[in-house]
Design a binder for this molecule. Structure first.
Ligand code: NAD
Length: 433
């Protein structure tokens, strides 16, 4: 099939590349000309394991092309996939301006029947609005469908090529048939449903996962007070198939471009229909407080942070991505700076994005974790990059002024920290002093 994918962010680019890999003819569109130029040179605009190789292979096979010309891309395609951003407005509601603008452009570009698929995460009712906007500008018939995306950054290719499920929201037989065929090589559960339910499935899924994280973090807070070990508690819970072990790792909370904004958007969506989503509001509040525990624990171990040197290991919101949107590191480093601490940060790949996002020169960026630890009064581990697990804690400790570790992701065992001579705090376990 011939596809146009609008938006070459994490979702659009990965989807476009994977559909090309499945044998479809894909043109990826973005209004960011610099991004498109890069992609034409087969450079990847962000870090995602395996993506570069697939771009190279599929570009060489001429199944994958890149353009800023939305009209031309739409006109040569049978299916148009909307994958533009839906960031938060200050109110928490989803900002639909990119979606609406793209819908307008698609409407103007239509030169025959097309299926317009929304992959962006959008509040219930948005696809109907998209349909109205396209209809206002189009002289041809079209159908819309909601096919929400569930990929995770860091494992996006695997998630797209082997998804747990594909949700197709449509009431049209023609659309159902075409989209089932489009996804046919993927051996996933396909759920066909109405558009509003498809839109809701995405928000409900993210809200549930965020709830699981805040739940285990609350349990970890109690564990610390009653002398239980959250790692063992989560392990014991996870063996229960009704619960499952994923998303039960206690830590400093979730971040990223999806959970924070999607939980806020769902709270707003519920509020718009006079439903006070109390549970989800608490999930968000617990997550906010969990980040601040790093600062509280540092102050307990070091006293005032003014003039103290703090090494921060990990800036991205999770490992295997350079995405720092809504990362806990932004809030935590912001607080350290406010308290007058000197911050030495290291991340394998996210430092450049972090520097752009935080908007201050007050952070020293280091070339390695050990370099960041030099002269530090404490290390705060904020992202569980695999290389931190392998690191020689004694070597890091030898470079420090005092061996204090805030292990925000429970990467190390108590024994590892203890034998390397650290005073430490890890989440949901007794502090070691
Ligand atoms: P992103 O911000 O990384 O990328 C969006 C891209 O769309 C940008 O490159 C932007 O320039 C482009 N764009 C905006 N308007 C355009 C237009 N009119 N024409 C062409 N290009 C346009 O966003 P993302 O992280 O890929 O997320 C996209 C959507 O998918 C969001 O709704 C998000 O919630 C959802 N989602 C994201 C993830 C994830 O892990 N990032 C996972 C599942 C779902």
């Amino acid at each position: 099939m011939r596809l146009a994918v609008i938006g070459t962010g994490y979702v659009g680019l990965v989807s476009g590349v994977c559909f090309a890999e499945l044998g479809h003819e894909v043109v990826c569109v973005d209004l960011d000309a610099e991004k498109i130029d890069k992609l034409r040179r087969r450079e990847v605009p962000f870090y995602e394991p395996g993506l570069k190789e697939l771009i190279e292979v599929n570009s060489a096979a001429e199944r994958l092309t890149f353009t800023t010309d939305l009209t031309a891309a739409v006109q040569r395609s049978d299916i148009v996939i909307l994958a533009v951003g839906t960031p938060s407005l200050p109110s928490g509601e989803a900002n639909l301006s990119y979606i609406k603008k793209a819908a307008e452009e698609i409407g103007r570009a239509l030169n025959g029947y097309k299926i317009v698929v929304t992959k962006s995460t959008v509040p219930v009712g948005t696809n109907e609005a998209v349909s109205r906007i396209i209809a206002q500008h189009a002289s041809y018939s079209f159908d819309i469908a909601s096919v929400p995306e569930f990929l995770r950054e860091g494992t996006a290719i695997r998630d797209t090529m082997a998804p747990d499920r594909i949700v197709i929201g449509t009431l049209s037989d023609r659309v159902r048939q075409t989209l089932t065929e489009l996804h046919a090589p993927l051996t996933a559960n396909i759920l066909i449903t109405d558009i509003r339910s498809a839109e809701m499935i995405k928000y409900a899924s993210n809200a549930f996962l965020a709830t699981k994280i805040s739940f285990i973090n609350e349990i970890s807070n109690i564990c610390e007070k009653v002398g239980a070990d959250i790692t063992r508690v989560a392990e014991g819970m996870g063996y229960d198939k009704r619960i499952g072990s994923s998303f039960l790792q206690a830590g400093i909370g979730y971040g990223g471009s999806c959970f924070p904004k999607d939980t806020q958007a769902l709270i707003q969506l519920a509020g718009n229909v006079q439903h006070d989503f109390k549970l989800l509001k608490s999930v968000v509040e617990v997550n906010r407080e969990q980040r601040m525990k790093v600062i509280i624990k540092l102050e307990q171990l070091l006293g005032e942070l003014q003039g103290r040197t703090i090494a921060v290991w990990g800036l991205s919101f999770k490992p295997n991505t350079d995405d720092v949107r809504e990362a806990p590191s932004l809030d935590i480093i912001g607080e350290l700076i406010v308290r007058g601490a000197i911050v030495r940060a290291y991340d394998p790949i996210a430092a450049d994005n972090f520097r752009r996002m935080i908007g201050t020169d007050a952070v020293a960026y280091c070339g390695s974790a050990i370099e960041a630890a030099e002269g530090a009064d404490a290390i705060c581990l904020l992202t569980e990059w695999p290389e931190f697990k392998e690191l020689d804690l004694r070597q890091a400790g030898a470079a420090m002024k005092s061996r204090v570790m805030i292990d925000g992701r429970n990467v190390y065992t108590q024994e590892q920290l203890e034998s390397a001579g650290y005073q430490s705090y890890s989440v949901g376990r007794a502090a070691h002093t």
